[in-house]
Every structure is written in structure tokens, then in C-alpha cells.
Design a binder for this molecule. Structure first.
Ligand SMILES: Nc1ccn([C@@H]2O[C@H](COP(=O)(O)O)[C@@H](O)[C@H]2O)c(=O)n1
Ligand SMILES: C[C@@]1(CO)OP(=O)(O)OP(=O)(O)OC[C@H]1O
Length: 159
């Protein structure tokens, strides 16, 4: 089997007056992530892990942040399109694993919902999606809750 691994990373600034969306799930906060799309850094990291595994350019190449078509777009739409790019090239996803780095809010109560949303967008079983959260222990800009970041890895296989 021809397995290929990919890695993705994304970070967005926290601002007031924007919705907070992570892994396709909306959090009830009065702050959110700034960006051209819904700024769902977890989903963007997963997109980049998948694209990287396939040897393709990053999401900014496929969905430029200068294109009004992607203004405030739901990143689950982008993730489904990324999966389509891979499937067109003969790749199937084996599994995904990701970590959100966020001082706030608490994410673990929503992890199952986030996995379900990501499973729907990728057509993967929930069991093939790993998801964790950690704080940055107060260190640096992530630790001061100025931003939320996410790391992701993806394993794909060429049929
Ligand atoms: N935004 C976050 C951050 C962490 N968690 C959960 O809390 C646990 C402890 O976090 P540490 O950074 O102190 O390791 C962690 O294992 C997560 O389960 C969270 O839900 N949301
Ligand atoms: C998601 C896209 C869509 O235009 O924009 P942003 O939400 O700004 O996110 P980023 O990770 O900075 O760039 C990738 C873009 O593809």
C-alpha cells in the first residue's frame, strides 16, 4: 500500500465580535477568530495536512483570501472540496489527528460534536478522527489568548 503522511498548521487571531468556529462547531463566546473565511483554524490545519500528504499546494492556493467567494465561508465546505481534490487524484484518507492550542474556551465538552462535523465533511468514520485540546500554559501570545492555533496530521493512501 502506498501510504503518504501530511502535516498542517494554522493560527488565527482572537478578536471580539466574530463567531468562534472550530472543527465546524460554533462556540457560545463573545470573541472569535479573525480571517477571510469563518477562520476555523482547526479545519484549515486539517485541509493543509491532507493537501500536503497528496503533495499539493496549501489551501491559500485553492481558496485565495483575496477572492470574495470565500468571504466568511464555512470551512467545512473547503474541507469537503479538499477531499474531492484528493479523491480525483486517486487518494483515500486513512485517518486524521489534530490538536487545538487554545487558552480559552474549554474545548473537550464539544470534541464529539467537532469529530462528527469533521467526519461528515470528510466522509470518514468518527473513529478515524483524533482530536485533542491543550492550553499553551500561559506562555507567549497563544498563552495570552491572543490567538488560537491548530496542528494536524493526515495519513492517506493511493488506491
Ligand atoms: N482550550 C482547551 C484547553 C485544554 N482543554 C482540556 O484541558 C486539559 C488540560 O489542559 P492543559 O493545557 O493543562 O494540558 C487538556 O487535556 C484538555 O482535555 C480543553 O478542553 N480546552
Ligand atoms: C481559508 C482562507 C480562504 O480564503 O482564508 P482565511 O480564513 O483568512 O484563512 P487562512 O488560513 O489565513 O488562509 C487560507 C484561505 O484559503
Amino acid at each position: 500500500m502506498n501510504f503518504r503522511i501530511g502535516h498542517g498548521y494554522d493560527i488565527h487571531r482572537l478578536v471580539s465580535g466574530r463567531p468562534l468556529v472550530l472543527g465546524g462547531v460554533r462556540f457560545d463566546t463573545d470573541y472569535g477568530l479573525d480571517g477571510h473565511s469563518d477562520a476555523d483554524c482547526l479545519t484549515h490545519a486539517i485541509c493543509d495536512a491532507l493537501l500536503g500528504a497528496a503533495g499539493l499546494p496549501d489551501i491559500g492556493h485553492f481558496f485565495p483570501n483575496t477572492d470574495p467567494a470565500y468571504k466568511n465561508i464555512d470551512s467545512q465546505v473547503l474541507l469537503t472540496r479538499v477531499c474531492g481534490e484528493l479523491s480525483r487524484r486517486g487518494f483515500a484518507i486513512s485517518n486524521l489527528d489534530a490538536t487545538v492550542v487554545a487558552e480559552k474556551p474549554k474545548i473537550y465538552p464539544r470534541l464529539d460534536e467537532m469529530k462528527a462535523a469533521l467526519a461528515k465533511s470528510t466522509h470518514l468514520p468518527v473513529a478515524n478522527i483524533g482530536l485533542k485540546a491543550t492550553t499553551n500554559e500561559g506562555v507567549g501570545d497563544l498563552g495570552r489568548a491572543l490567538a488560537i492555533a491548530a496542528h494536524a496530521v493526515a495519513l492517506i493512501v493511493k488506491a
